[in-house]
Design a protein around this ligand. Structure first.
Ligand code: GLA
Ligand code: GLA
Length: 667
């Protein structure tokens, strides 16, 4: 992987605050009002031009820059920095009309019809030449403007074209496979393609996994990897053009890091970003949306170099418009979530979008300026958040210290686990990981959600939840972590297949069998409505295993049911004070909560229920974010200067329901 050459300079002085700005939807008199309101709200950066290709390149090679020139001037006069987009997420109608072969094709070989966005095949090099041409044109026109501070390449790569099954993609897939495997023998071996006599005799016979029927899981996983790589190649092609024209400007694109396996492999993309940026939307129903915010931040932080800050590129001021019922945020919720993103390592808070659209496909999505205008709760909260972010200027550049707990998250493992045929096909990867994260998050311990190739040094506990696919190197490093004195917790559906998506023989969880001192003969999935109970009072649903013990202590057994009396949770002493624990049954969140409570020697002061404490440090200062997610006013023992109110806190912080405070102290 090539690492970013950018010097790490943040695009704005002060925390970034703003939104996607789509002035093309409005008339010029609204633009002037926009700048006035942005200044009132404390906005210091907007993402401009994301979907403007059809408005600046009005026919093949014919450019019309007038309106954008005017907007760039207006923002510059207003003192607002520009995160300028290459507009390639939405190709213009004339281009798709001239080149219908650019359209991505789904697994049923149906093309995506024009009318939405991301309607292009990532492997189509003719499309790529049009895209890099418009990227160059934008960079040459505006790259030397003082207020253009960052490049925003396309938008949410893969959101619409994440997998393309067309003939061009098929040919590119075959090239990718030749490069990866070298020979057909190596590919046939890695794919176990003798199954159903599918052994390949010629690379030309290989197709993407088209259609609905169950395909070879090794092929499907390689196609997922290839698809992520192809989109990355497109990003890199645009990035190369931007770096050629403006070597000093940071380049990014907005990720969609949440709880499920991602559409592209973000942790593998991150080293190619000068600033790592995320779009995050809470969803309803979600019983703990505040933990979803923490989870994505805990993932984002481990994608940046040396835990540098990341940027929240989009979230919503209130409702989105892509859920069955779009929940309006409660008063205070948007501010609390925004500050929580900052607490978890963001150095900026941006929204989709500045002004709620009157028409178009996202007509009812909230914005910083709602349909009802400025005399609204939402706009007042937007202004209040702007004041808070200015007061938090000293936080900029500080970093979260390493957590006590590392939780492994890997897109390849998630893709492999959730596709193809499994003993239980209803397990969502993200939920299994988030259940572990939530339990530690409730204890207010620092957590990092890590890709498996990250160093594990310095963690007290390493959790391996649902890491279905594990390569030998990861398995070895997890073992070494326990041998060096760490505690490893392996959860259900882990260590089952190797990097080729083939089962590790000799009993599950193959990759960790020796470390755990156990092996399981068989998976015993539960049927709908069934529960299992353990002899310590814990229980759960969905997944159990027939575990055999070789060299471990049994800490909980099944009570009743087909596995009555057999081991469910085991623990093995390893190396110098290390431990390897196997939680082989899908215990429910309450049981996980009790489990982690027993696991961690907690020396922290217990906080009132529903209060989250997150810290960011510089060399000599600590910023403690105290977030009251509860509906009660609480008192929290802490001392320092509170940044949002400017008041000194001697020993007790009075924290009203739903509010956030940030205490600055020396370390
Ligand atoms: C059928 C097929 C087998 C196998 C089994 C699986 O019986 O003939 O090849 O696929 O289903 O249940
Ligand atoms: C994504 C996109 C935006 C917008 C929002 C709506 O984040 O990047 O263009 O569609 O979703 O929530």
């Amino acid at each position: 992987m090539t690492l970013s050459h950018h010097d790490g300079r943040w695009p704005t002085s002060g925390l970034s605050y703003g939104a996607d700005y789509n002035p093309e939807q409005w008339s010029p008199d609204v633009w002037r009002d926009d700048v006035r309101l942005m200044q009132e709200a404390g906005v210091n950066m907007v993402s401009l031009g994301i979907f403007s290709w059809g408005l600046v390149e009005i026919a093949d090679g014919e450019f019309s820059w007038g309106w954008m020139d005017e907007i760039v001037d207006l923002l510059e006069e207003g003192g607002i920095a520009i995160d300028l987009a290459t507009p390639t997420a939405a190709p213009p109608g004339w281009l798709l009309f001239e080149h219908p072969e650019f359209r991505p094709v789904d697994h049923d070989m149906q093309p995506h019809w024009p009318g939405a966005r991301l309607g292009w095949c990532p492997s189509n090099l003719v499309f790529r030449s049009y895209a890099t041409r418009i990227a160059r044109a934008v960079a040459e026109r505006y790259g030397d403007r003082e207020h253009v501070v960052m490049w925003h390449v396309g938008n949410e790569f893969g959101g619409g074209n994440g997998r393309c099954y067309c003939d061009t993609s098929a040919a590119a897939f075959r090239r990718w496979l030749r490069e990866k495997y070298g020979t057909l023998d190596a590919l046939n071996e890695a794919w176990a393609s003798a199954f159903w006599g599918h052994t390949y005799r010629d690379f030309e016979h290989i197709l993407p996994p088209r259609g609905h029927d169950s395909k070879n899981p090794s092929l499907v996983l390689d196609f997922d990897r290839f698809s992520s790589d192809e989109l990355l190649q497109h990003y890199l092609a645009e990035r190369a053009v931007l770096k050629e024209v403006t070597p000093d400007l940071p380049v990014t694109t907005n990720f969609m890091v949440g709880a499920e396996p991602d559409v592209v492999d973000y942790a593998r993309w991150a080293p190619h970003m000068d600033v790592v940026a995320n779009d995050h939307y809470t969803r309803s129903p979600d019983a703990t949306p505040q933990q979803d915010v923490a989870f994505s931040g805990d993932r984002m932080r481990s994608m940046t170099t040396d835990r540098r800050p990341w940027l929240l590129m989009e979230h919503s001021t209130s409702g989105v418009n892509w859920q069955p019922r779009n929940r309006a945020k409660d008063p205070g919720e948007m501010i609390r979530n925004s500050l929580s993103h900052i607490a978890h390592g963001a150095d900026g808070v941006m929204f989709f979008q500045w002004r709620a659209s009157r028409g178009g496909a996202e007509q009812f999505h909230s914005g910083m300026v709602p349909h009802a205008g400025e005399d609204t709760r939402v706009f007042r909260e937007v202004c209040e958040l702007g004041r808070h972010l200015r007061a938090l200027a000293p936080v900029q550049g500080s970093r979260a210290p390493q957590g006590r707990v590392g939780i492994l998250f890997d897109d390849e493992a998630g893709w492999a686990m959730t596709k193809g045929v499994k003993p239980n096909n209803l397990l969502p990867y993200g939920t299994l990981v988030r259940d572990w994260h939530r339990a530690f998050w409730r204890l207010n311990v620092g957590i990092d959600v890590l890709p498996p190739w990250n160093s594990f040094a310095g963690y007290e506990v390493l959790v391996v939840p649902a890491l279905f696919l594990v390569d030998d190197d990861t398995a070895r490093r997890v073992t070494e972590f326990a041998e060096a004195g760490g505690t490893v917790v392996v959860g259900v559906v882990s260590g089952i297949v190797d990097e080729n998506n083939q089962v590790r023989l000799g009993g599950y969880p193959g990759a960790f069998r020796d470390l755990l001192g156990v092996w399981s003969e068989e998976v015993v999935p539960l049927q709908a409505g069934d529960r299992f109970e353990l002899d310590n009072g814990w229980g759960g649903i969905e997944w159990t295993e027939h575990v055999r013990v070789r060299d471990a202590e049994v800490t909980a057994r099944y009570s009743g049911g087909p596995l009555d009396g057999l081991p469910a949770i085991t623990s093995r002493a390893v190396g110098q004070g290390g431990r390897a624990i196997y939680v082989s049954a899908a215990i429910d969140p309450a049981s996980i909560g009790e489990f982690v409570g027993d696991l961690l020697s907690s020396d922290e002061n217990p906080l009132p229920d529903g209060v989250e404490l997150v810290v960011r440090d510089t060399d000599d200062e600590r910023f403690s974010f105290v977030i009251n997610h509860s509906l009660r006013d609480v008192r929290v023992p802490i001392a320092g200067v509170e940044l949002l109110t400017g008041l000194a806190v001697d020993d007790i912080l009075e924290l009203p329901a739903g509010e956030v405070r940030v205490i600055r102290s020396s370390i």
